[in-house]
Ligand binder design. Structure first.
Ligand SMILES: Cc1cc2nc3c(=O)[nH]c(=O)nc-3n(C[C@H](O)[C@H](O)[C@H](O)COP(=O)(O)OP(=O)(O)OC[C@H]3O[C@@H](n4cnc5c(N)ncnc54)[C@H](O)[C@@H]3O)c2cc1C
Length: 447
């Protein structure tokens, strides 16, 4: 060992080298979290001319969509087929298709009889598409970087401390968009969060796994009754953690990503999360063995890959200027400040027992999402996007899907760029008609 390679010693004890002196960066917009919501927020802000930093703890973007390997975008249309999500979300699919990495838009009837639509995609290629979008827009990606602390004075965030591979960095943004899923920036800023109501539990997490090859003609030829019987049999035998055989087909191969495991945890609890990652892989292995032994079309398959991380459906929800409720989705409210629309039904996975509550919507039923649900109470220069928005547990169960998360990201990023251009103003006071006009001009659906 050379002297240089030896750890520094103090009183005979090795010491850890001090991190580099803190650097400082200014930005118009800092987006915390590079899931689909955060990435769309950063792209939208940068396309409007804002200097934009996108902070992400992994070395790639996408969050649940890539690391969690969810592999299908649901909820583009009403049950009757009217388009309600477009804009940047549609651009993502168009770009994936250039690589042959997304399937056709597919409408289908679920085993419960509900009508649904989806686009299946290859999670690895989504990483590449998101890279392209941020690079072309001029976003500065700050990958392998984690949020550490937030400095706040009164109602404004002054600086966000980030732990990077090069040491500590203080970012001084005009506007912060928290799209970290767990709402880490809002937590560090001391924002208020919503509690679950009596009898509610967080939606469970799932370890997605890739399995193949699958003989799809045989797998898809199963009748709904046969599928249901096999799913229930696997569940009752303790081999499937939920009575389901949900899978999204990989566009490049004869493999599929299966969504079968179920972990009832609070993923913002570090120890629970670690245990659940391990238990999730165990459940996925058992499920893969069951598929191979019992399910038509799966006889030659084996477990090919786990998600890089557990897919997390729900953790913290911020308290915002408006609390979006299930009633407002089920009896659609015409919000004057609607900045996105959706038609995905309320879809609640029971934390235990394998049940699913699915409240389907009528033929032309769509709902709007108000800008105020993205504005956290008590902070003048912050917005949220994605699954941490201000919504009840039941409303989130609908608007959490990736199509809507991307639409919310586009809205939050556009709003952040507008707010950053009017220095010192409250994000909640940006001209809403201007924001809505820009979003529509950029292809977003607002109703
Ligand atoms: C198992 C499962 C199945 C699902 N099925 C579907 C489906 O079929 N169709 C559909 O459309 N939707 C589905 N969803 C919902 C959807 O995937 C998510 O709600 C959506 O991806 C949320 O996106 P997001 O950007 O808000 O959050 P996330 O995807 O959670 O992204 C948050 C990002 O922030 C980063 N981050 C977090 N904390 C920090 C930190 N401290 N420092 C730096 N970076 C940080 C994370 O690494 C991540 O990249 C499913 C979800 C799960 C879990």
């Amino acid at each position: 060992m050379t002297d240089d390679a030896r750890p520094a010693m103090s009183d005979g004890q090795p010491t850890i080298a001090a991190p580099h002196e803190p650097g400082t960066r200014q930005a118009d917009v800092l987006v915390c979290g590079g899931g689909v919501a955060g990435t769309m927020a950063a792209v939208a802000a940068a396309r409007r001319g804002a200097t934009t930093l996108l902070l992400e703890r992994y070395g790639f973007l996408g969050g649940n969509a890539t690391a969690g390997a969810v592999a299908q975008f649901n909820g583009w249309q009403t049950a009757g087929g009217r388009r309600v999500v477009a804009g940047l979300a549609a651009e993502v699919v168009e770009r994936l298709r250039r690589y042959g990495a997304a399937g056709e838009h597919h409408r289908f009837v679920m085993s419960t009889g509900h009508r649904m639509d989806r686009v299946e995609y290859a999670p690895e290629m989504l990483k590449l598409v998101l890279d392209e979008m941020v690079s072309e827009a001029g976003v500065q990606p700050l990958l392998h970087a984690s949020l550490l602390a937030v400095q706040r004075s009164a109602r404004r965030i002054d600086a966000v401390q980030v732990l990077t591979r090069g040491g500590m960095l203080a970012v001084r943004p005009r506007v912060v968009v928290d799209a970290s899923g767990e709402m880490e920036a809002m937590k560090l800023a001391g924002a208020e969060f919503l509690a679950l109501d009596e009898g509610e539990t967080l939606q469970p997490a799932t370890m997605m796994f890739r399995f193949g090859p699958v003989a799809f003609p045989r797998f898809e030829a199963m009748t709904p009754a046969e599928r249901e019987r096999l799913a229930r049999q696997g569940f009752e035998q303790g081999r499937l953690a939920r009575p389901a055989l949900h899978a999204a087909r990989d566009p490049y191969s004869d493999d599929a990503w299966f969504n079968i495991s179920r972990l009832a945890i609070d993923a913002s609890d570090a120890f629970a999360l670690g245990r659940a990652e391990i238990e999730g892989r165990r459940q996925a292995w058992c499920a893969a063995e069951y598929l191979r032994a019992c399910v038509p079309g799966c006889e030659r398959g084996h477990l090919v890959a786990f998600g890089t991380q557990l897919g997390v459906r729900e953790t913290r929800r911020v308290r915002g200027l408006h609390l979006l409720t299930a009633e407002e989705l089920l009896e659609p409210t015409a919000f004057a400040d609607a900045i996105a629309a959706g038609a995905y039904p309320i879809d609640i996975h029971a934390a235990s027992g394998g049940g699913l509550e699915f409240a389907a919507l009528g033929d032309d039923h769509a709902y709007g999402i108000p800008f105020r649900s993205l504005v956290p109470c008590g902070l003048d220069n912050a917005l949220v996007a994605g699954r941490g928005l201000s919504a009840t547990h039941r409303a989130l169960a609908a608007v959490r899907v990736m199509t809507i998360s991307m639409a919310l990201g586009q809205a939050a990023g556009t709003a952040a760029a507008l707010a950053a251009a009017q220095q010192g103003s409250h994000v909640g006071q940006i001209p809403i008609e201007r924001l809505r006009g820009i979003l529509q001009a950029d292809g977003a659906c607002l109703a």
